[in-house]
Design a protein around this ligand. Sequence first.
Ligand SMILES: *Cc1c(COP(=O)(O)O)cnc(C)c1O
Length: 372
Amino acid sequence: MRIETLAIHAARKPDPATGAISGTLHLASTFERAADGSYPHGHFYGRASNPGRQELEQAIATLEGGAQGVAFSSGTAATLAVFGLLRAGDHVIAPAECYHGTIKQLHELIAPRGVEVTLAETWTPAAVAAAWRSNTRLLWIETPSNPRLHLTDIAAAAEFAHTRKALLACDSTFAPPVIQRPLALGADFVMHSTTKYFGGHSDVTGGIVVAAQTGDALDGLRHQQLQGGAVPSPFDCWLLRRSMMTLPLRVEAQCDNAERVAAFLAAHPVVERVYYPGLASHPGHDVARRQMRRFGAMMSVQVHGGEAAALAVAARVKVFTRATSLGGVESLIEHRASMEGPGTKTPQNLLRLSIGIENADDLLEDLAQALG
Ligand SMILES: *Cc1c(COP(=O)(O)O)cnc(C)c1O
């Protein structure tokens, strides 16, 4: 089956007990034990497993072509579980520029555990080679990355890590499986903030890691899900399964709109620079063409006139909404540096755009009036 069909039929099956088409939603935190002490339906406690959560994990694993998914209560909790596979004395390499929460987590939660952390330009093979140590166990990449859409060659990164007996994890939040499938390119784990494209409607917070194979690493993730306890609620799992049925449709429409918005911005005199992998001028364009089916719907622009000009543009939008986050049906714009806070490397004149599924003409007219 193709991904559009899989998204529908993997996400939701009629509830076996009732035939309900809207699928399984059991809020139970505990499950009945048989007289002989066994658990005839395989579930014993809500934190350990839930029927709807299992369906979600299997559905996303199917779309990603992986062995199993492990769902968490946020993308951040999913990331923490992957870093939690590391022990004191291990070394991890992660992007010098990526989702700011990942960098904070490495500095504030992982390094204090005795894990050695190096931030490097992971989108540049030479930088990864220079950062590599004999105790490097994990290479974490994010592609395309926040906020300047750096493109990392996933297949090359996987080969580099594997020949050195390390694991490759890819945060693919900006590129859901409709357009990019890191496991097929050799990654060991693909991570998503399901808050974004999988949720798609800005109304659920979640995360998932899909492992390419069963084995110790996957067991380690399951252990952290159970003993770390950052599990998604049954209703959040149900919402995500409902939303992912339209993931392929939404993302196609978002990519169509994004290509038009990027072309418009690239030609606008107030715009200094556009970061969008679909533009031939983007440094990662060739890598994007090789490993992405489409170029996604995230982009950033730097505008002439510095921070004040960027804030003024954001202040004038009427169709776009000023908010952080991404991947929803509504288009968002944000002044990224002030969201990331002190110490950010994001330029002060940068605006990040998440393109939704409105009519593209309305988006272009709104940006035209906002840019002035
Ligand atoms: C949002 C995001 C995260 C964190 O996910 P939460 O669901 O907010 O915890 C991680 N990586 C990327 C690329 C993101 O956009």
